[in-house]
Design a protein around this ligand. Structure first.
Ligand code: NAD
Length: 697
């Protein structure tokens, strides 16, 4: 009956059952059956009087085995509820000995024991709500009985872990032990036997709270206000409410029903998708985990403008010294002042101490001389978006930087391979595309050039983690993953303006869908002059006449967005609220008249379909071309860099949920319209997947 993950040591009258399944004792099928067998054996052994169940120093158990999600193994008997039942109904006392993580199913398992002892810093929690679920193995019924209604609701609705010491004195934690957990737990078990203490079963405890109903009502109101697009938090409240008013088994049934219902919601699917997608994005199929990394201890940043400042702060925050290079003293002073101002704002909010501000400022070395970059391990360029300027910068870097230094560009659109070719070391060149504000936004697109060396890529991925970014690797193309898709989305939105919609309608439809900001508000925020300049540049590069769009007329009228007080909307001085502007409406009507277009009514569903499916279609092309390694990488880019709503799980998962055949049908409809842009043709990959009944994920 040996089990690879469970060992048993008989120590006098106590059987110590140890779970050891790296990394965190995920409660997969083998581990569950190992625990059940060990319990049965201990109960059958007349020499054993009590049982201690424990894990490793890293984890009692981190919960369900995520690798089993969605596989038949997840449901294999004994399931977690059955194992917990075995603990609870054991005739001999069971003591859970807890160190490290004790989360989700792990805590539910521990609550099945009759007693619990823990190290003070063991981390207890029920994080299921973060996956759009609730604890499905009795957690919502046992925890309130052990720590009270209000405390349990906090743990379950927020999902944040709590140190075991906080529960000392409640029936959840019978004893905190100092160093030797097993010795402490065994001694505790012996005492239970010696005192013939009655077995404390969480299910039998009475939850007495005279204020229960009033408190629950308060909780429903606050949770409903905070949970917005997610159903799980309110379901958590209802399940905990059942613990207060219903018999235990009835409560379990209510919890189970809610769990199953939540599992089927698109919101939970989205959150579980994102959980897996974030982990997947960190892996590169052709860069093994053991690729040796280059050491990065000194960083150089070129350009102290909007991006350079934010990029620099990331490294200062991580304790890495940065040489910040500008062309002129004035620009350098301005960049430095912005960094200081940002830190001082954090200080005012109580996020940093004055000493920390000085410590970080002490790590930045402003410079006007490339000589200062001689010993940098990594240099990131964030100068003007212009190939000639990039050429001059990279040629100089090639001359001054030490061999092996990583040379990175923050370019948004320019061809990284061309930039790499300005140096004699294209293998050391990589794109590190930060998003604005770079010290805040979590996304980092890592652009892999044709010649970028695997260790450079692996080093960049590791560095991203160090500066707390979520990295996604993109191949080289115009705009990489995010901005290339954004271009199609913007074109779809602009197309809708041309045929009959107004900016405020489009923004509002997409905001109802869940986007943080519609495309026109976003355009006003980013500055309309950037796109105008790009359109002019592209037309010039291709030696063609620029096809005018409505936005060009706005720019010609000096309406660049918020920074000029007007763009697609107008803005009152010092305010950021967009106000629909009759001037814009007139300008749009004139544009349509000039183009001979009779405006038609556009409904909100069409707005969402066109704009989101435009993203999906371009995403499919990006996937097909190998620019992105997986559909889920595209979702991560959109969720973390473009304000795509989390509860939708990203454009590609959204398409899967809508059904790819439906997406293809809509795209074909758009493509068949007179004068339709060729980009509405459904991408071949999308058609293939739809035809074969498959999905992106
Ligand atoms: P910016 O105009 O705010 O800053 C550019 C800075 O570079 C200026 O301070 C300028 O003085 C300095 N500079 C120009 N040439 C230089 C040189 N040869 N040597 C040293 N310094 C030089 O521009 P930005 O918005 O920070 O953009 C910088 C880069 O980041 C561009 O490639 C842009 O495409 C990219 N980017 C911008 C954003 C954004 O939202 N602004 C987002 C992602 C990427």
């Amino acid at each position: 009956m040996s089990n690879p993950f469970v060992s048993v040591v008989i120590d006098g009258e106590v059987a110590v059952v140890t779970m050891n399944k790296p990394p965190v004792n995920g409660l997969g099928a083998e581990l569950r059956s190992g625990i059940a067998d060990a319990l049965d054996a201990a109960n059958a052994n007349p020499a054993v009087k009590a049982i201690v169940l424990t894990g490793t120093s890293r984890a009692f158990s981190g919960g369900a085995d995520v690798t089993e999600f969605g596989t038949p193994k997840a449901a294999r008997e004994p399931n977690l509820r059955a194992v917990i039942g075995l603990l609870e109904h054991s005739a001999k006392p069971v003591v859970a000995a807890i160190a490290g993580q004790c989360l989700g199913g792990g805590l539910e398992l521990a609550m099945g024991a009759h007693f619990r002892v823990a190290l003070a810093d063991a981390s207890l929690g029920l994080p299921e709500v973060k996956l759009g679920l609730l604890p499905g193995a009795g957690g919502t019924q046992r925890l309130p009985r052990l720590i009270g209604l209000e405390a349990a609701l906090n743990v379950i609705v927020h999902g944040a872990p709590v140190p075991a010491a906080k529960f000392e004195g409640t029936p959840l934690i019978d004893q905190i032990v100092d160093a030797d957990l097993i010795a402490g737990a065994t001694a505790f078990a012996r005492q239970v036997v010696a005192d013939a203490r009655p077995l404390k079963r969480a299910r039998d405890l009475k939850l007495k709270d005279p204020q229960a109903e009033a408190f629950l009502q308060f909780a429903r109101n606050t949770v409903a206000a905070g949970a917005k697009n997610f159903p799980a938090p309110l379901k958590c409240v209802e399940a905990v409410a059942a613990a207060a008013s219903k018999p235990f088994d009835e409560g379990l049934r209510i919890e189970r029903e809610a769990f199953i219902a939540l599992m089927a919601t698109p919101e939970s699917r989205a959150l579980r998708h994102v959980f897996a997608a974030e982990r997947a994005a960190a892996k590169l199929p052709d860069v093994p985990d053991d690729t040796p990394l280059r050491t990065i201890s000194r960083v150089g940043v070129i350009g102290g403008g909007t991006m350079g400042v934010g990029i620099t702060m990331n490294f200062l925050n991580a304790g890495l010294p940065v040489a910040l290079l500008e062309m002129k003293q004035e620009a350098l002073d301005k960049g430095l002042a912005t960094i200081r101002k940002n830190y001082e704002n954090s200080m005012k909010k109580g996020k940093l101490t004055a000493a920390q501000v000085e410590e970080r400022m002490g790590l930045v070395a402003p410079t006007l001389a490339y000589e200062s970059l001689r010993d940098a391990d990594l240099v990131i360029e964030a100068v003007f978006e212009n190939m000639d300027v990039k050429e001059q910068v990279f040629k100089t870097l090639d001359e001054v930087c030490k061999p092996g230094a990583i040379l990175a560009s923050n370019t948004s659109y320019l061809n990284l391979d061309r930039i790499a070719a300005f140096t004699k070391r294209p293998q050391d060149v990589i794109g590190l595309h930060f998003f604005s504000p770079a010290n805040v936004m979590r996304l980092l697109e890592i652009v892999r050039g044709a010649k970028t060396a695997p260790d450079v890529l692996a080093t960049a991925m590791a560095l991203a983690k160090k500066i707390r970014k979520i990295a996604v690797v993109s191949g080289v193309c115009d705009g990489f993953i995010g901005n290339r898709m954004l271009a199609r989305y913007g074109a779809a939105a602009n197309g809708l303006i041309t045929v009959g919609a107004l900016p405020q309608q489009i923004d509002s439809a997409l905001q109802m869908f869940g986007l943080a900001m519609g495309p026109f508000r976003m355009g006003d925020l980013a500055g309309l002059d950037i796109g105008w300049a790009t359109r002019k540049r592209k037309a010039a590069e291709a030696s063609i006449e620029m096809k005018p769009v409505v936005a060009d007329r706005l720019c010609e009228a000096g309406r660049f967005g918020q920074k000029t007080g007007s763009g697609w909307y107008r803005y009152e001085a010092g305010k950021r609220d967009p106000i629909p502007d009759p001037v814009v409406e007139a300008l749009i009507m004139q544009y349509r008249a000039d183009a001979g277009i009779t405006p038609r009514k556009v409904n909100d569903d069409e707005v969402v379909e066109r704009c989101i499916f435009a993203l999906v279609n371009e995403g499919a092309r990006i996937l097909d071309e190998g620019i992105a390694a997986r559909a889920s990488d595209i979702d991560i880019v959109y969720l973390n860099g473009y304000g795509f709503p989390l509860h939708r799980g990203g454009p590609m998962l959204y398409a899967d949920i809508v059904g790819l055949p439906n997406v293809v049908r809509a795209l074909r409809r758009f493509a068949a319209e007179p004068g339709a842009d060729a980009s509405w043709q459904p991408a071949p990959l999308l058609v293939t997947l739809a035809d074969e009944g498959r999905t992106f994920n």
